[in-house]
Design a protein around this ligand. Sequence first.
Ligand code: NAD
Ligand code: TYD
Length: 370
Amino acid sequence: MADLLVTGGAGFIGANFVRYWRAAHPNDRVIVLDALTYAGNPASLEGDDGRPVSTLIHGDICTPGLAESLLREHRIDTVVHFAAESHVDRSIHGPDAFLETNVRGTHELLKAARAAWLDGAWTGGPVRFHHVSTDEVYGSLEPDDRPFQETSPYAPNSPYAATKAASDHLVRAYHHTYGLPVTTSNCSNNYGPYQFPEKLIPLSLVNALGGKPMPIYGDGMNVRDWLYVGDHCRAIDRVLSDGRVGAVYSVGGRNEWTNIAVVRLLCRLLDGAFGADAGLAARFPDAPPARGRQTSTLITFVRDRPGHDRRYAIDADRIGLELGFRPSESFETGLERTVAWYLANERWWRAVMDGSYREWTERQYGATAG
Ligand code: NAD
Ligand code: TYD
């Protein structure tokens, strides 16, 4: 039995991870620490009965002493660190919050783990600090380059990627210098339920349902390697169970798509869903298929993101060979599940889009970080 502290557990991947973990390891205790920024939504942690699937502590990883007291009070033996500012576009317009949370916040957590676990007073069993990171730390690939792997040189291009790279280095240094038992996973782009509609797939989906443009940056030929979020959660589980302490694991879907191809596939899936369910036209009257048009008519090319990385791809051989991890969803099945989830969970994304989730969160949890 393990006692987990999941930072950023009210965000997209963190919430999926908590839900996954509760189902896969029902005897473990899971506590979420989340600052409830715009990206944190307690509704993502509600079970089918409307009750929270885990304890949620509203707090900032940057607060000195907070994580250490939680580790001690709850006898946490496993930290799974998701909390981050995660959106590249926001990092371009306001990098400071990224430095604060991704670099200083990660360092506060590392200090907390070192103090709670390595000072001689820890009487529990084995401990682990797992750091969740991104393939973006490796920069951009040319079309014929080999995919990124664990030994690829760091070359972060956006403020987001640079701060994640810094956090990776701090995690590594705490292992090397102090012997903190750490693992790190660098994963490619995720998609699936509970993703905030500012990222490509949920934004395109929600805009299409409202008959709004689906913006494609630049020429739409940038390539990402997409992984269903549930597969990412399973990969982290494999690393926590059997990963080598101190090791880094690249996680990806062997699933490279240009952005325009992703959005076209999404359009086809939506057209198909409206064709199969006449009720959708009544629920979403502004969506093109409700008006006899194809969803792809909404695709709109817009000005490119500054410094836009051309291609990401992951060589996931190490986690496959050492830990037996393989993605279970193909892109088609994963996207179908994602479309079905957004169609079935309109209340969740409407509250995000109209901002009412913020008022609800502040009523329940007090003032939030914004
Ligand atoms: P997200 O933006 O959806 O969620 C981040 C969560 O962290 C939110 O709940 C937010 O409230 C919380 N948070 C932010 N600042 C905090 C602070 N100072 N203290 C406590 N909590 C704070 O992000 P995500 O997409 O779920 O990504 C989770 C992690 O996975 C990040 O570390 C990200 O770098 C990494 N990652 C994401 C992807 C992806 O495709 N989304 C891919 C690879 C790696
Ligand atoms: P995003 O979901 O922001 O993830 P990341 O930047 O971390 O890869 O974007 C995925 C790709 O989609 C990226 O190449 C930028 C592009 N994109 C668009 O073309 N239009 C959009 O509206 C968004 C949000 C992203």
